[in-house]
Design a protein around this ligand. Structure first.
Ligand code: MF3
Ligand code: CO
Length: 258
């Protein structure tokens, strides 16, 4: 496995600044989510505020797999059965939807990557539980991102949080190291046994991002080559923070100002 890039104090400051920008944009974008608004309108709003912040999207024109066009959006917006990498378009938000927004920015050479799932007038308690449990799984994963632990301690904590609720943890997509590039080693699975993989060290910066499905964990990719949906078309939640590993306690880099 390729070497995990450790960040020195100055680089960590760069990651803090990028994380802050990404988090503030995520929160501003979340407030624009409402019935009748299209995901394209949300994406263009995000483009605007990303530029006003002196940053740029880390996603636009990101290369896809062989034969798939480069990613066309500034953000990823995934509605209901869409798991991740939803391409913004004509789809309008409706009451009862859940909307996952994924915001990654490059700011002064460093990347902040974060996501959240916003319920829009959702009353179904099972869906609200899905969101709450997914957020808890992220926090429990982050709690394991401390120096001296092993990488899959994070993976295991995420899965263990979800299992008692009977939801499905997506296996085909992973979290990742992040720094000057959006995807650095290591890949971070959201399931599996603890105590494996590299020992975590001070100065590692990781994007931890569980994707949790109401039903089956199985997913498919649509014809556009990007949009990942649940195999059973039931709802899915995606939450993500960029964190820095330290001794004793992880530092969440993508907390917004307010
Ligand atoms: N946050 C996602 C990731 O970490 C989204 C990037 S996909 C892209 O992989 F194509 F839009 F860049
Ligand atoms: Co990510």
């Amino acid at each position: 496995m390729a070497k995990i890039i450790l960040k020195n104090a100055q680089e960590l400051d760069g990651m803090r600044a990028a994380g802050k920008v990404a988090a503030n944009i995520r929160m501003q974008l979340a407030k624009e989510i409402a019935p009748g608004v299209s995901t394209q309108e949300l994406d263009l709003f995000a483009k605007d505020i990303i530029e006003k912040a002196g940053a740029r999207s880390a996603f636009i024109h990101y290369p896809g797999p062989r034969g798939v066009p480069k990613y066309p959006g500034y953000t990823c917006i995934s509605v209901n059965e869409e798991v991740v990498h939803g391409i913004p378009g004509d789809r309008k938000i409706r009451l009862g939807d859940i909307v996952s927004i994924d915001v990654g920015v490059v700011y002064e050479g460093f990347i902040g990557d974060n996501a959240m799932t916003v319920p829009v007038g959702v009353t179904d308690m099972k869906i609200l539980e899905l969101i709450r449990v997914s957020e808890q799984s992220l926090m429990n994963g982050i709690a394991k991102a401390v120096a001296g632990n092993r990488l899959t301690d994070i993976s295991h904590a995420i899965e263990q949080t979800v299992i008692p609720h009977g939801f499905g943890v997506v296996r085909d997509f992973v979290g990742h190291g992040v720094g000057r590039n959006m995807h650095e080693p290591p890949q971070i699975y959201n399931f599996g046994p603890p105590g494996q993989g590299p020992v975590l060290k001070e100065g590692m910066t990781l994007a931890i991002e569980p994707m949790v499905n109401l039903g089956t964990h199985n997913v498919e990719t649509l014809e556009d080559g990007w949009t990942v949906v649940t195999a059973d078309r039931k709802y899915s939640v995606h939450v993500e923070h960029t964190v820095a590993v330290h001794k004793g306690k992880a530092e969440i880099l993508t907390l917004p100002d307010e």
